[in-house]
Design a protein around this ligand. Structure first.
Ligand code: NAD
Length: 253
């Protein structure tokens, strides 16, 4: 029970990495607010956790809307008294050559992947200052570090998340607020399967993706949830502004 009684808010909690992290954190004794733009998915996450005996509140929230992010944090504090751990994980992808990427595509990606993280950090830090500290984890991507064709807009947002994480760690570490990022490689979630399905041969696409990973497999959502758990606990007390890469070795070759 490494998070016994800790109050956590996790975004993108209705699917993939976010959902696995809600499950992992709840197993470790946390009270988890599970936020997702898909309110039904957030509710299902809540029901899954409650049926396993854990504590969870599902909320339908669009992280690209500052008022809604502020509201989710206010609801968390009103109901559970504080916010110890914030995991800004919600994200979306668009695969297009830049010459086909519209301003609307870019605005949407920036809104969720970068502004959503910015708003979470802004209002999370504001709350953590009133309670003497806390920790924030942001989901970036290995594609915030290396490039990949068709991902220019996505890479730009994830590089932004890494820069934001470093800047905020420099700004707030002295106030007992630890802020770090995770850079997942290809993880077996609905997001990556939606990307494979854009191809005429999704199976071949998946095989090609796996061939770029020295570990020889896609990551599992819980591979990332366990990295988030490490960053959320006092084991990571001296880890500030880091970008932890969890990619089966993809970026080392
Ligand atoms: N799957 C991968 O291979 C991979 C690799 C690197 C990074 N990531 C990042 O990991 C994070 C989670 O991705 P995933 O693979 O679990 O994807 P996913 O699609 O399985 O889950 C993402 C969740 O975010 C929610 N969401 C989307 N827009 C939102 C919004 N505006 N407000 C609130 N919730 C919103 C979706 O409804 C969904 O439930 C994302 O930031 C993604 O960019 C994923």
């Amino acid at each position: 029970m490494r998070l016994d009684g800790k109050v956590c808010l996790i975004t993108g909690a209705g699917s993939g990495i976010g959902q696995a992290t809600v499950e992992r954190f709840a197993q470790e004794g946390a009270i988890v607010v599970a936020v997702d733009i898909n309110a039904d998915a957030a509710q299902m996450t809540q029901e899954t956790i409650e049926s396993a005996g854990g504590h969870c509140l599902g909320l339908g929230v669009d992280v690209s809307d500052e008022e809604q992010v502020m509201g989710a944090i206010a609801d968390t504090v009103q109901k559970f008294g504080r916010l110890d751990i914030l995991f800004n994980n919600a994200g979306i992808s668009v695969l297009k050559p830049i010459i086909e990427t519209t301003e609307a595509d870019l605005d949407k990606l920036l809104g969720v992947n970068l502004k959503g993280v910015f708003f979470g950090c802004k209002h999370g830090i504001n709350q953590m200052l009133t309670q003497g500290g806390g920790t924030i984890i942001n989901t970036a991507s290995e594609l915030g570090i290396v490039g990949q064709p068709l991902y220019s807009a996505y890479c730009a947002t994830k590089g932004g998340v890494l820069a934001l994480t470093r800047a905020l760690a420099a700004e707030w570490s002295a106030q007992n607020i630890r802020i770090n990022a995770i850079c997942p490689g290809p993880i077996d979630t609905p997001m990556i399967h939606a990307e494979f399905n854009l191809s005429n041969d999704p199976m071949a696409e998946e095989k090609a993706a796996v061939s770029t990973i020295p570990a020889g497999r896609l990551g599992k959502p819980d591979d990332i949830a366990r990295v988030a758990l490490f960053l959320a606990t006092s084991d990571a007390d001296f880890v500030h502004g880091a970008a932890i890469v969890a990619d089966g070795g993809k970026t080392i070759i």
